[in-house]
Design a protein around this ligand. Structure first.
Ligand code: IPE
Ligand code: IPE
Ligand code: MG
Length: 237
């Protein structure tokens, strides 16, 4: 629609291709993950520069626990290191860090670091960075349904009062608008259990670039592609 805002309010990224990037260079998979930190900085800078208000990054799926123990441990270590190292710059840029997913499965150490970055960036007003950690859409929906069922069981809610907003409010993403644009790098064209409910009317974009090679220009290209899309939401012009 011509009146559509050319800048998406909420961009969500499935950061994929770290393993393949490493393999292509004869490196270990964890080196690919380490190389995926700079592109996070680039995406953030670009999002701030372009006036995006919410940036969600899929960093670790519930299914990713099934990877080799060594790789999972390297990722946990990387999360801890990165949040500590990046916090001052996040504060400087006015970025508030929040999280979706089930944090209870992380070690106390990891939860401590995550809680710390949330606290220290809580005053940020430029952009909200939402990290999806131990996130899967189906488990998020199941947790939300349990919450709603609890309300019904306690007599606080009638089944016929349950609407789309009831579920939306019970999800981890309750405080955020739905993503306008979902980007998945590495050429894979699937959502892999990411924001299934929230993606109902999102524009999807699947660039070939592997995540460690993602740059500010790539982010701009995604926004250019978004600006060309005609979002109709089931209506006619
Ligand atoms: C994405 O890169 C990072 C995580 C899932 C944590 P991958 O590790 O999935 O990279 P590929 O898909 O194997 O190349
Ligand atoms: C999705 O990527 C999860 C993250 C990027 C964190 P995967 O690499 O785990 O997904 P599949 O296995 O290709 O579907
Ligand atoms: Mg992958």
């Amino acid at each position: 629609m011509s009146e559509q805002n050319p800048i998406p309010q909420h961009v969500a990224i499935i950061m994929d291709g770290n393993g393949r990037w490493a393999e292509l260079r004869g490196k270990e998979r964890y080196e690919g993950h380490a190389a995926g930190v700079e592109p996070v900085r680039a995406a953030l800078r670009a999002a701030v520069r372009r006036g995006v208000k919410f940036l969600t990054l899929y960093a670790f799926s519930t299914e990713n626990w099934g990877r080799p123990e060594q790789e999972v441990e390297a990722l946990m270590e990387l999360f801890c290191q990165s949040v500590v190292r990046e916090t001052p710059e996040l504060v400087r840029q006015g970025v508030r860090v929040e999280m979706i997913g089930d944090r209870s499965r992380f070690s106390q150490k990891v939860r401590g670091y995550l809680g710390q970055v949330e606290q220290e960036t809580a005053a940020g007003e430029t952009l909200t960075l939402i990290l999806a950690l131990n996130y899967s859409s189906r488990s998020e929906i199941v947790r939300a349904v349990r919450r709603i069922a609890g309300q019904v069981a306690r007599g606080g809610l009638l089944p016929e009062e349950i609407g789309e907003e009831t579920l939306g409010r019970a999800l981890d993403t309750a405080a955020y608008p739905d993503p306008d644009l979902i980007v998945r790098t590495s050429g894979e064209c699937r959502l892999s259990n990411f924001l299934l409910w929230q993606a109902s009317y999102a524009e999807l974009y699947f660039p070939e670039v592997l995540w460690p090679d993602f740059t500010e220009d790539e982010f701009d290209r995604a926004l250019e592609e978004y600006a060309r899309r005609d979002r109709r939401f089931g209506l006619v012009r």
